[in-house]
Design a protein around this ligand. Structure first.
Ligand code: C5P
Length: 134
């Protein structure tokens, strides 16, 4: 089965809330709320790919040293297997906007279950709850 590498980021604000982006119409899983990120391009490191995606999708600038690996998702979809490292970031330049027209929301980790998320993202929720509780 084809393995697809997607990097994702839990951006935390000063209030301990995490940013979710809604997948736009026309994409797979449209309407689902996800941790921002995206597919790695050939030859890209996970960090470089994530920094590029955060700039493209949210219009923010993130430094590599502000990305801390937290955990990863490994999930079999119908036609590919998704391997998705999740990073935590608490510091960036700019204000996140849905640069590709996506809706954004800030959610407390304990409330993440209220959002319809891709099946690969759901197992990540307890890690974020632990992170803010610990
Ligand atoms: O965002 P993009 O469509 O490039 O992502 C590729 C695939 O990875 C999506 O079709 C989706 O199935 C999966 N994905 C996911 N959770 C994310 C981002 C992507 O399950 N946070």
């Amino acid at each position: 089965m084809k393995i697809v590498m997607v990097t994702a980021c839990a951006l935390f604000d000063a209030d301990g809330r995490v940013l979710l982006a809604q997948r736009p119409e026309g994409k797979a899983l449209a309407g689902f709320w996800e941790f921002p990120g995206g597919k790695l391009e050939a030859g890209e490191t996970p960090e470089d790919g994530l920094i590029r995606e955060l700039r493209e999708e949210l219009g923010i600038t993130v430094k590599k040293e502000c990305l801390a690996p937290l955990t990863f998702a490994s999930h079999t979809y119908e036609d590919f297997h998704l391997l998705m490292p999740l990073y935590v970031c608490r510091r960036w330049d700019g204000t996140p906007v849905g640069a590709e027209g996506q809706a954004l929301t800030w959610a407390r980790p304990v409330r993440l279950r209220d959002y319809k998320m891709p099946p690969a993202d759901e197992p990540l929720i307890p890690h974020l709850i632990d992170l803010v509780a610990g």
